[in-house]
Design a protein around this ligand. Structure first.
Ligand code: ADE
Length: 242
């Protein structure tokens, strides 16, 4: 898979591509990652990429010409062009899975007040990282690339993401490592028992508990099977006793 980030600040990604799992994925050839600078596609002497908004108002707007010429130069039949803006559809784990299947993903980063609306005619999808406004799309491109790259086959052990938060509509269960007691805080007995079925059940229950307490909105979107409903009943009774 190839990811191309279109940006005015390619240097933003220098550390991203030379650190940890992302670096390993690139070195192993699992992922190709490159940045393209919109300014390379400017045609005027001063390399302008933005101009004042038509109709007046604060800030600057990214102009059609450098952005669209950039897109035309780099896109192919296998590309999917994703524009990063606060007006886009929210990015979820399911979006990461969808985008991880694309051959060539092009991420368009905005800056200033945003893109000239006409640029949207050249875009396949518009995505937002959340209901907040960033100074530009670069942090969003980095987060989205990270979430996608870890899903690419062979980048991390697939077992490591099967239990991830959101993969089954629930938050991940609590994890512990040695020592079994730290500052009076103990690892739950069941995790030391070696009893796989009890461990599975405990993890499912704690996953449900975390989701109920932290993200009840996720439960509203998901139905519970009989075992989960029974565990949820126990959790609610335990909560009442507190
Ligand atoms: N650019 C500015 N804010 C953004 C957001 N919330 N998501 C994606 N791109 C952005």
């Amino acid at each position: 898979m190839k990811i191309t980030v279109c940006t005015l600040f390619p240097e933003y990604f220098d550390r991203f591509v030379t650190t940890s799992i992302i670096k390993r994925a690139i070195d192993a050839g699992k992922i190709e990652f490159n940045c393209v600078d919109y300014r390379t596609f400017t045609t005027d002497k001063h390399h302008h990429v933005d101009d004042t908004p038509c109709g007046g108002g604060a800030g600057m707007v990214l102009m059609c010409q450098p952005i669209i010429d950039c897109l035309k130069a780099i896109r192919s039949e296998n590309s999917l062009v994703v524009m990063l803006t606060p007006q886009g559809q929210p990015f979820h784990q399911s979006t990461a899975h969808q985008l991880a299947k694309v051959d060539h993903l092009i991420l368009l980063c905005g800056h200033y007040e945003g893109f000239d609306e006409r640029i949207r005619s050249y875009v396949d999808k518009e995505v937002s990282l959340g209901d907040f406004v960033l100074t530009g799309g670069e942090p969003a491109a980095m987060v989205i690339s990270d979430a996608i790259i870890r899903l690419v086959d062979g980048v991390i052990l697939s077992d490591s993401h099967e239990d991830d938060s959101f993969e089954n509509g629930l938050l991940e269960y609590p994890q512990y490592t040695r020592p079994v007691e730290y500052d009076g805080l103990k690892v739950p007995e069941v995790l030391l028992s070696g009893h796989h079925e009890n461990i599975r059940k405990w993890r499912l229950k704690e996953s449900l508990r975390k989701t109920l307490h932290q993200r009840p909105d996720l439960l509203a979107k998901r139905s519970l099977n009989r075992e989960e409903a029974q565990l949820m009943e126990e959790i609610k009774q335990e909560d009442e006793k507190k």
